[in-house]
Each structure stands twice: as C-alpha cells, then as structure tokens.
Design a protein around this ligand. Structure first.
Ligand code: ADP
Length: 224
C-alpha cells in the first residue's frame, strides 16, 4: 500500500499580534495509506482545522513537511502547490459553501470544467455522484431549495468531482441534527469507500469515529 499523505514533525503557532505566541501544533506526525479513512478527534480549539488546512495546502506550517503521493509539498512553489491542491485534494467543511446561483448539478460540473473536463463527461460524472448519495432527483435544484442534509451530500460530490486522491473533511456533518447526521455520514462513507479514496475526517462524534478505519487524537499539538 502506498502512502497518500504523510505529515512529519509539523509545528504551527499564531502570535495574535502579541509576542507570546500560541503554539497549536508541536510536532504532529501522521501517515495515511491509500484507501484508509482516519478519524481526527479532539476538542474544539485543539487545532483540527489548522492541521487540515496545512494537510490540504491551504496554509503552510512553521516547520515540518507535508508529503502528498510521494512529493514533499513544502519544497514546491506556490503555483505548483495550488496545482496539486486542485488536482489531488478534496475539501469538505461543516457548512456546504455551494454557489447559491447554480443548481446542485452545476455546482459539481463547474470544478470539472475548470479542470479541463469536457462538458458532457462532467455532467455524466456529476449525475453519477449525485445518484450515489441519493440526490439525483434534485439535481436541478439550487442549494436554497435543498435540505441541510442534501446540501452536504452535494458538497461531498463537489469535493470528489475531480477525483482527488485525498479527502479532508472538517466536521462534515457537524451542522446537522443527530438523525440526519448519521444518514449523511453513511452516504459520505459509501462515496469514499466506492472510490478507494484516502480521507481524514475531523469529528467530535465518537460513534462516527468508530466507523472509520482508525482514530487519531490531537493532544497538546501532537497526534496520538
Ligand atoms: P479546532 O479546529 O480544533 O477547533 P483550530 O485549528 O480552529 O481548532 O484552532 C486552534 C487554535 O488556533 C485556536 O486557539 C485558535 O484561536 C487559533 N487559530 C486558528 N486559526 C488562527 C488564525 N488564522 N489566526 C490566529 N489564531 C488562529
């Protein structure tokens, strides 16, 4: 099995404009193999979002390395890092962040067009993804006409639209009521398992964490 993501000795602090710096990560290490789904569990404020943003190349660490599919990202130019992020990394947030003026389908087609995929292929792929999460009948609806659970399902499809090798999710069902959260999480896991994707999914919910392959905890800036 090859490693899709390796985080090594990551450190990150914020100084909040004061000399006394807040250190969020202090030597965090993690390796995620191909097809592995890892739960990232920690209390609020522990640094889960910081870690996911660094792993997803949206932020840079103060020290340490981020290796994606064998390439050390910390050695690449900003332009090359952005290209890897677009091609290889899918992100899901607690809030869907879908474009309000476009339909569910268009929200999944647009990132593919931006990636050079032919329009009819992009549409067929988007419909297939929507079908897998049970939202195909609502493909032509705008986000505002969808329920919270449906909006998140569409956001999952958008994150997977360009077939990334790594999915990073920050409390992907955290905004939903418990019953909906459970079903929407099942849809996410089915989608992930069906594509052989590697994923790191941050959650407070230990029942959801137990459904993943492995749980890592972020304690005092380190992963255990
Ligand atoms: P979590 O996702 O586990 O709730 P975060 O990674 O969002 O944790 O935040 C960890 C700590 O880092 C918090 O104390 C937060 O205030 C601080 N922090 C996060 N992002 C920034 C930022 N951009 N600037 C300053 N401080 C930040």
């Amino acid at each position: 099995m090859s490693d899709v993501l390796t985080l090594a000795a990551l450190t990150k602090g914020y100084n909040h404009g004061k000399p006394s710096e807040v250190t969020v990560l202090q030597g965090a290490d993690l390796t995620v193999q191909q097809g592995e789904v890892v739960a990232l569990v920690a209390p609020s404020g522990a640094g889960k979002s910081t870690l996911l943003h660094i792993a997803g190349l949206l932020d840079v660490p103060d020290a340490g390395t981020v290796t994606i599919n064998g390439t050390d990202m910390t050695k690449l130019s900003d332009r090359k890092r952005t290209a890897v992020r677009r091609a290889d990394v899918g992100f899901i947030y607690q809030f869907h962040h879908l474009l309000p003026e476009f339909s569910a389908l268009e929200n999944i087609v647009l990132p593919q067009l931006a990636n050079g995929v032919d329009a009819s292929k992009a549409q067929a792929h988007a419909l297939d993804l929507l079908d897998r999460v049970g939202v195909k009948p609502r493909a032509d609806h705008r986000p505002a006409a969808l329920s919270g659970g449906e909006q998140q399902r569409v956001a999952f499809c958008r994150a997977l639209a360009n077939q990334p090798s790594l999915l990073l999710a920050d409390e992907p069902t955290g905004n939903l009521d418990p019953g909906t959260s459970d079903r929407v999480f099942d849809a996410l896991m089915e989608l992930v398992r069906g594509t052989g994707l590697s994923a790191v999914i941050a959650t407070h919910n230990l029942d959801l964490a137990a459904r993943m392959d492995r749980t890592v905890r972020l304690v005092d800036g380190r992963l255990t």
